[in-house]
Design a protein around this ligand. Structure first.
Ligand code: GLC
Length: 536
């Protein structure tokens, strides 16, 4: 990527590293910063442009780093500040951007701010967190539920009040209505921006502001038995409050004090609510993460509808983005099956908008079954047995066929997938037909054909399992035809246009094939076609 490109975050491809599971260099079974440095050549070879790191800050690890006890340090488990600086320079030297995870909604209960806050009712930091009296003896202030099970209020004996925690009791929420809290976190942002980081992915940004009156949340009339218990009530008053946009605009101003940085927001909301996070005059998050593909029914018509809804909901000038996997959701290969995971990769890398890849998806890593005694995720521990566990998508990267998959010299913190001896980077790289080769080819194609990045998205009506669209450039057009089903299908030539050539098939075997009449697709096949613009 051109380093002077101010729009790098629009033009580039993002890749999420879950540092605990990427590469261990000090033999403790947990990945570290040195490991990420070692693997930069791999990331470079993939062709990605920006690396987002899940949290690496000092933490008691109750939620594996999403419970921070010092915002401006590095947890010794991951290395030192020198290691971090070395990572930023090495990444920048190889043309890669570094994005950090900012977790401003809550701290660890071990953070000195919280220790001070819980110390007395009238201390200066009391109001940095959310303290309320119970409704009555033994009854929390309202009915809000923790995302990880149970009430979102924890009673603190010392001062006889409850504090609010949207996640674990070890993750007390900061009070974002307090200007001192805002300032201190904005300083944290500046600290890292000065060190050269290229932006932040802001954890649960839609949670930051809560209802000023802490009204009870309404019951969820559509709750489905077997779903996590927190879904029994809606989050009407506990998330997505209008005043959150003020905060995000302030964060964006901090970002804009520096050149060419990016603010990404983690937001699980329906598309019409999500797009509000671009902010008035686009002065909010540049990329409110679009997670629609994580939960959609995997069918041509539902995906077509998501794209259409998203494209039409985007405010003028807002830049879209797409995500296929992350450290909180089941692996795409397990959600849609390995055959469709290839089609999903082609979809992600040919849609209009910045794609974010999740480490290991490029080698087809699947959800690993975790035995009960190996569970690490606090969500699974609190709400066992209904499949909410996130360990299965956080297992060690499979680098090669040696013991511990080249991830570590010792037993990793989470089990390895049992197929790692063949499903690994070295093996798949040597196989011209592998999913890894497909990812590389897709990324290379996205770089070669600018209309895949900046061209308009034009849906083409299709039937059955076929998803069809065009990406239009100045004098050429790309047509993407995806078969979301297992049966062969044929697409009439008038829907794809004439003079087309296959640039890439998900099976990596039809490159250069000229299409004269109808386009025949095998089951689970996707193809990208190139040809002159007028021909369509
Ligand atoms: C975000 C993170 C998730 C974490 C939660 C609480 O959703 O992605 O891993 O558990 O926030 O911080």
């Amino acid at each position: 990527m051109d380093q002077s490109d101010k729009d790098w975050w629009r033009h580039g491809i993002f890749y999420q590293v879950y540092p605990r599971s990427f590469q261990d260099t000090d033999g403790d079974g947990v990945g570290d910063i040195r490991g990420i440095i070692e693997r930069l050549p791999y990331l470079k070879s993939l062709g990605i442009d920006a690396v987002w790191l899940s949290p690496i800050f000092p933490s008691p690890m109750a939620d594996f780093g999403y419970d921070i006890s010092d915002y401006t340090g590095i947890d010794p488990l991951f290395g030192t500040m020198d290691d971090f600086d070395a990572l930023v320079s090495a990444a920048h030297e190889s043309g890669l951007k570094i994005i950090l995870d900012l977790v401003p909604n809550h701290t660890s209960d071990q953070h000195p701010w919280f220790i001070e806050s819980r110390g007395s009712r009238d201390g200066p930091k009391r109001d940095w967190y959310i303290w309320r009296d119970g409704k009555s003896e033994g009854e929390p202030p309202n009915n809000w539920l923790s995302e990880f099970g149970g009430s979102a209020w924890a009673y603190d004996d010392a001062t006889g009040q409850y504090y609010y925690h949207a996640f674990l009791a070890q993750q007390p929420d900061l009070n974002w209505r307090n200007p001192a809290v805002r300032e201190v976190i904005y300083e944290v942002m500046r600290f890292w921006l000065r060190r050269g980081v290229d932006g932040f992915r802001v954890d649960v940004i839609w949670h930051l502001i809560k209802d000023v009156e802490f009204r009870d949340n309404p019951a969820n009339p559509h709750y489905l038995e077997g779903r996590p218990p927190n879904e029994k009530i809606l989050t009407q008053y506990s998330t997505d409050q209008p005043e959150v946009h003020e905060v995000i605009a302030e964060m964006r101003r901090v970002i804009d004090e520096f050149d060419d940085r990016v603010l990404i927001g983690e937001i699980y909301l329906p598309l019409h609510r999500l797009v509000v996070y671009y902010g008035n005059d686009l002065a909010g998050a540049q990329m409110p993460f679009n997670f629609a593909l994580l939960s959609t029914l995997w069918s041509a018509r539902s995906i077509e509808k998501i794209i259409a809804d998203y494209e039409s909901a985007l405010p003028a000038g807002a830049w879209p983005n797409w995500v296929l996997g992350n450290h909180d959701r089941p692996r795409v290969a397990s959600r849609v099956g390995m055959e469709q995971a290839r089609v999903a990769a082609m979809l992600l890398l040919t849609l209009r908008g910045t794609p974010t890849l999740y480490y290991g998806d490029e080698i087809g890593m699947h959800q690993v079954a975790i035995a009960p005694d190996q569970v690490r995720d606090p969500f699974e521990k609190n709400v066992p047995g209904i499949g909410v566990g996130r360990d299965g998508c956080r297992t060690p990267m499979q680098w090669n066929a040696t013991a511990n998959a080249g991830f570590s010299t010792t037993r990793p913190w989470l089990p390895l997938a049992d197929d790692y001896t063949h499903e690994n980077v070295v093996n798949l790289d040597a196989d011209a037909g592998s999913v890894l080769s497909l990812y590389k080819a897709l990324i290379a194609l996205r770089k070669k054909w600018p209309q895949l990045v900046t061209g308009a998205y034009q849906p083409v009506a299709a039937q059955g399992d076929i998803l069809l669209y065009r990406r239009e450039g100045q004098d050429s057009v790309i047509v993407v035809a995806l078969n979301l089903g297992p049966e062969p299908a044929s697409i009439a030539s008038d829907s794809i246009g004439f003079g087309r050539q296959i640039l890439l098939s998900t099976f990596l075997d039809r490159q250069g094939e000229e299409i004269h009449g109808a386009l025949d697709l095998r089951g689970n096949e996707g193809v990208i076609l190139g040809g002159p613009a007028q021909a369509g």
